[in-house]
Design a protein around this ligand. Sequence first.
Ligand code: AP5
Length: 228
Amino acid sequence: MKDLTHPQNAPVVILLGPPGAGKGTQARMLEEKFGLVQLSTGDLLRAAVAAGTEAGRKAKAVMEAGDLVSDDIVLAILTDRLAEPDCATGVVLDGFPRTTGQAEALDKLLSERGQAVTTAISLEVDDVKMVVRITGRFTCGSCGEGYHKDFKPTKVAGICDMCGGTDMKQRADDNAQTVMSRLDAYHAQTAPLLRYYGEQDVLQKIDAMGPIDSVARELSTIARQLTV
Ligand code: AP5
C-alpha cells in the first residue's frame, strides 16, 4: 500500500473532456471510492459568482457566454484550493487545466511541491450527444448531487436520492446555445492538451459514451493502480 501522505505518492489525476463528457460525475465517484479530492474549477468559479467576489463578478458574464475565464483568475482560485490540507493525499482535477498556459502553470506549481501530473484521462465522446446530456442535467441545490432527466433520474421525482432535498437547480450556462460555444472553446483551447500530456507520456483515453457505471468501472481500474 502506497503512503499517500508522501507528496510524491499523492496522485494528481486530470479528467479532460468537452462539456457533458462526465468529468464532474466521474470525479465525484473517484472522490467517494478512492478519496481523491475533486477540484472543479467550474464549481469554484460558480461559488465565487454566488458569493459576489471580485473574481466572481469578472467571471459571471464570461461563463454565461460559454467562453473561458482568464487564466489569472482561474489559477488564483485553483492555487488557493490546492494548498488546503485535504488536497495533500491526492486530487482529481475536473475542468482544469483548460489551456496550455494553465497546464504549464500546473506543472510549475506541482514541481515546487515535489509532485507531477500522475495521469491525464481523456473522456472520449461524440459532441453531438453532449447537447442532450447538458440540457437534461440538474443538480440538488442542497448537497450538489448531479442528475440527468433521462440518464440518471432521481428515484422519486423532484427528491434528491442522497439528502432528500427538493431544491433542484439548472446551471445558467446549460442551454443549447451556450453548449455550442463551450464545445467550440474546448476544441480550440483545451483539446491541444491531449498532445501536451501525450508528449509527457501520461495521457490515457477512455470511451465515455457508454452508461455512467461502465465508464466508472474503467476509471476505477485506473484509480486502483494509483492508490494501492
Ligand atoms: P465546468 O463547470 O467545468 O463545465 P464543463 O467543462 O462545460 O463541463 P460540464 O460540467 O458541463 O460537464 P461534465 O463533463 O462535468 O459532465 P457531467 O458529469 O456534469 O465549466 C463551466 C464554465 O466555467 C466554463 O464554460 C468556463 O467559462 C468556466 N471554467 C471552468 N473551468 C475553467 C478553467 N479551467 N479555465 C477557464 N474557464 C473555466 O455530466 C453531464 C450530464 O450528463 C449529467 O446530467 C450526467 O448525469 C450525465 N452523464 C454523465 N456521464 C454520462 C454517461 N456516461 N451517460 C449518460 N449520461 C451521462
